[in-house]
Design a protein around this ligand. Structure first.
Ligand SMILES: Cc1cc2nc3c(=O)[nH]c(=O)nc-3n(C[C@H](O)[C@H](O)[C@H](O)COP(=O)(O)O)c2cc1C
Length: 195
């Protein structure tokens, strides 16, 4: 395990094409999920849910993606459709993070930020354990049928408002086949002000 500051300073995304099995094992996944759910959360609402996508489940969701893609793109070619079917199995593991705000409590924006923090924590935990990870939305994150299918797999909070459930992202994880070069990071003077 890498020390915390080194991990935070070195995390970078790994492309899904540079991931291969094995996925994090059961104990590691439990750690990743524990870190994922240890996020700032105004009102302690847990306004997010995580769906684990692997194997058959990932392929089933991929079937829905392929159907939706075909419906939205009548000229879709068989290779494109096959790629959509395999979308969620491109990496050994995919975690879908849903934002499930509870209306009438804390501002929805704050609850959505908390869902984003879940995604970020997954990335950091995966990196600390030596795995590659990448947070993607792509068209599927904005598709109503995909959102509805994932919503079926979560335990809703009693007060959750399904109409406001959104996909914060799909975080793909796997063993890195290569070390990705880091990208240029922003200069602090460009993004930090002082009052
Ligand atoms: C909410 C969100 C959605 C993203 N969706 C995509 C995406 O659909 N496709 C993509 O190539 N990168 C996407 N990214 C960017 C990558 O996750 C990653 O941040 C980027 O490649 C920069 O790499 P880094 O994490 O090493 O800084 C998204 C990032 C965020 C925060």
């Amino acid at each position: 395990m890498t020390d915390a500051l080194t991990a935070l300073l070195t995390r970078r995304s790994t492309s899904v094409k540079d991931m291969r099995p094995p996925a994090p094992n059961e104990a590691e996944l439990a750690q990743i999920l524990t870190v994922a759910t240890r996020v700032p959360d105004h009102g302690k609402l847990c306004p997010w849910r995580i769906v684990i996508l692997k194997g058959e489940g990932a392929l089933k969701l991929g079937e829905i993606a392929a159907e939706r893609f075909t419906a939205n793109n009548p000229d879709a070619t068989p290779p494109h459709i096959a790629a959509e079917h395999a979308r969620f199995t491109r990496a050994p593991l995919c975690l879908a993070v849903l934002s499930t705000p509870i209306l009438g409590t804390k501002p929805v924006w704050e609850q959505e930020l908390s869902a984003g923090a879940v995604c970020t924590n997954i990335l950091h935990a995966a990196h600390a354990l030596g795995y590659g990870a990448k947070w993607l939305t792509e068209w599927v994150a904005y598709d109503a049928a995909i959102t509805a299918a994932l919503t079926l797999k979560i335990t809703p909070s009693a007060q959750a408002d399904a109409a406001h459930t959104r996909i914060a992202g799909f975080v793909y994880l796997g063993t890195k086949t290569t070390e990705t070069d880091d990208r240029e990071r922003p200069k602090l003077e460009d993004v930090v002000g002082e009052w």
